[in-house]
Write a protein that binds this ligand. Structure first.
Ligand SMILES: Nc1nc2c(ncn2[C@@H]2O[C@H](COP(=O)(O)OP(=O)(O)OP(=O)(O)O)[C@@H](O)[C@H]2O)c(=O)[nH]1
Ligand SMILES: [Mg+2]
Length: 678
């Protein structure tokens, strides 16, 4: 019984490997024929890294005991022959649990002690400090032992209310959210702050990262989860219980954490097995389920088709027992299908378009270069043919002419030098305002304005102002890069006219689109600052965490902008370098040809043939390049087994087509331990 989501993710993984192989052939071809400039090499590497390493994060979010962990078991772990994640009555997941696979790290469970909350460092800081984590090896051959180890994620410890308060689990001003006080005056708090499971599960190996969360409305929720992890998930699954319907706290979680427009949201109405009533016919039960879905949809203000009735427990049991009928009754299939359709094709499409567009840009760039080479060969052929039947004196004259031309041409070097230094200076100006120092400075201004008192209203206003200033920085970078573009257009025109170059300025770069990423961060944080939970910002430790987290998220955006700008500018100067090299090579070749012809007139035909052969070789390269790019395009756009992107179905980030792509950058750095420093 092949789980649907699993098999689709597998198909996507295969597609990624195949597409990467095509990209690798293209890169190899370019390198072997000395056609790969630095900027293109960088692009190939980054694209291949994305294809092989990009993560897809699905977060499961809900109030306590709605069945998040059980659903994860049913979708991802039914092959283990038993329940892996603790999900039975009274076994509450106490910390966010991230399941993923990183081949560089050993298989096991890493646990970050809750006491680290007393330090200012953020979760992303800790990701880079292996020694801060408690590590437990997992024995893949022993599912029972593994399940026991995974039981760590529900472990609690009893502490005094003072300590609970320091750790962020107790607040006298919000008694309704506090954990129950026990007879001895102690309260239970989680032992761990965060858990990471590194497991070579086929799906996780394919780049899936699953995030299981503890009930979110609890007082102890990490801001990092709300602000760092959830907004970066490619999809969130919000789970409700058919036995409870939409409770007040379900609704609060939905509004506070899931109403952002950026996430692909899935709503599962779990535990439909509890609606089975021996006194009703199956049709009557189905009707009750349908009516409950309608009412959920109304309350959450989403279309009824977006609510999926399921029974996670029934699905898990059915998969463990190979019970087709039970699996059918659990209705998990339809939900998994929707999850695959809504998520994976879009994922593939984003990657495919990035790969195809990049390859086509590369082809175009080389096409120009090939054109230039062929133009020079044509000139040379003309020159050589003109020598037929001419005296050695004439050849001598020609030699002198080539020499004179070469000398004249070399005058361009001073001009190129001047252009390069102007370009470098302008580029430095563009990048200056995007540095992480500048960014940190801006965030510090926010802190100064607030002066330690992060009252929700003030914080919100100051934060919105900060985002405004940051958007200004991107706008300014855009304007300055436009100036670079104008400078290049003008300089290229002059160089082409005076020195016979055929330089073409790239199409202007657009970094304005990244302001959309800032908007997204702004929306998430503003939402958080407006939350009832913002009271937590009053605690000094959290403030520092908040700041670091903010800086690290903003930095991903700014680094993406800087990288784009650098790559664009590198591509522009690479063109100049390659044409300069080609021209010099050409002078040398012409000179050598004439020189040989001068000493033996029989050489003329040989030289003509040589130049012709060189020209043919360029043609062959061009054909080969076109074939490789076509093959890559065909592979990248092949949808066999992967399905088309869901037409509408979900509220995905369709309004912001580049968003998922950019976000995945942070995801990458999140799930391997190289998250940016704050
Ligand atoms: N009847 C029924 N019970 C279910 C179903 N799914 C989960 N449960 C039960 O509901 C309880 C809570 O499930 P969990 O998966 O632990 O819930 P959770 O959302 O992870 O809860 P927390 O970790 O506390 O946030 C457990 O006893 C499950 O066995 C279901 O489809 N039907
Ligand atoms: Mg759980």
């Amino acid at each position: 019984m092949l789980p649907t989501f699993a098999s689709h993710l597998d198909a996507l993984g295969q597609w990624r490997a195949d597409t990467d192989a095509k990209l690798a052939s293209l890169a190899r071809f370019a390198r072997e024929h000395d056609l790969l400039d630095d900027a293109s090499a960088e692009w190939f590497e980054a694209m291949r890294h994305r294809l092989s390493g990009e993560k897809l994060m699905v977060a499961f979010v809900a109030e306590f005991s709605r069945g998040k962990s059980e659903l994860i078991n049913a979708i991802f772990f039914s092959d283990k022959g038993r329940r892996m994640m603790p999900a039975s009555a009274g076994r509450t997941t106490m910390c966010p649990v991230e399941l993923g696979y990183d081949a560089e790290e050993p298989v096991g469970l890493s646990l970050l002690p809750i006491e680290t909350r007393l330090e200012a460092a953020s979760l992303s800081d800790y990701r880079r400090h292996a020694q801060a984590w408690h590590w437990i090896a997992l024995d893949l051959a022993d599912p029972d032992a593994m399940a026991t180890s995974l039981g760590e994620v529900v472990r609690t410890r009893r502490v005094s209310t003072e300590e609970a308060a320091r750790l962020g689990f107790w607040d006298v001003s919000r008694p309704e959210d506090n954990p129950p006080l026990q007879a001895d005056g102690l309260v239970e708090v989680p032992v761990w702050r965060h858990a990471r499971i590194n497991l070579p599960h086929p799906l996780l190996k394919r780049g899936l990262v699953v995030l299981d969360t503890p009930g979110l409305n609890a007082i102890g929720t990490e801001p990092e989860l709300t602000l760092g992890l959830l907004p970066q998930a490619h999809a969130t699954v919000f789970i409700l219980g058919a036995d409870t319907g939409v409770t007040k706290s379900d609704l609060a979680i939905w509004r506070d954490h899931l109403s952002g427009p950026a996430l692909a949201r899935y709503v599962a109405l779990n535990k439909i097995d509890t609606l089975v009533d021996p006194l009703s016919t199956p049709a009557e039960v189905a009707d009750v389920i349908a009516r409950q879905c309608d009412s959920v949809a109304q309350t959450l203000e989403i279309p009824a088709a977006h609510v999926f009735p399921i029974s996670a427990r029934q699905a898990l049991a059915a998969r463990l027992n190979g019970d087709e009928a039970g699996l059918g009754a659990s209705r998990l299939g339809a939900f998994e299908q929707a999850l695959s359709d809504g998520l994976l094709p879009r994922r593939r499409e984003n990657l495919a378009e990035a790969a195809v567009q990049g390859a086509q840009r590369f082809q175009h760039q080389l096409g120009r270069r090939f054109g230039e080479m062929r133009r020079l060969y044509a000139d040379q052929l003309l020159e050589l043919r003109g020598l037929r039947g001419k005296s050695t004196g004439k050849v001598q004259l020609m030699l002198q002419r080539v020499q004179a031309e070469a000398t004249e041409f070399e005058q361009c070097t001073a001009r190129l030098q001047a252009m390069r230094s102007v370009h470098a200076r302008m580029l430095k100006d563009v990048l200056k305002e995007l540095s992480s120092d500048r960014l940190r400075g801006e965030v510090d201004v926010l802190q100064q304005v607030l002066g330690g008192s992060w009252l929700p209203l003030g914080a919100r206003k100051a934060f919105i102002e900060l985002c405004g200033r940051l958007r200004g920085l991107i706008e300014q970078a855009q304007a300055r890069n436009d100036e670079v573009h104008a400078m290049l257009v003008a300089s290229f025109a002059k160089l082409n006219a005076e020195f016979g170059f055929s330089l073409v300025a790239e199409v202007p770069l657009d970094v304005r689109k990244y302001a959309e990423d800032l908007n997204l961060i702004e929306r998430n944080y503003v939402q958080y600052l407006g939350l009832s939970q913002a009271f937590r910002l009053a605690q000094p430790g959290f403030q520092e965490q908040f700041r670091r987290m903010l800086v690290s998220r903003l930095r991903v955006v700014f680094e993406t902008v800087s990288n784009d700008i650098e790559l664009w500018n590198k591509t522009a100067s690479a063109q100049v370098d390659s044409q300069l090299r080609e021209r010099r090579r050409n002078f040398k070749r012409r000179y050598e040809s004439l020189d040989r012809i001068q000493s033996a007139s029989s050489e003329l035909d040989t030289r003509l043939q040589e130049v012709q052969a060189q020209d043919e070789r360029v043609l062959q390269l061009q054909t080969r390049l076109a074939t490789l790019v076509d093959e890559l395009t065909a592979q990248a756009r092949a949808t066999a087994g992967l399905g088309e992107p869901a037409a509408s179905g979900f509220e995905t980030a369709s309004g912001l087509p580049t968003e998922i792509e950019h976000l995945s950058l942070d995801l990458n750095s999140l799930s391997v331990s190289t998250a940016p420093d704050a």
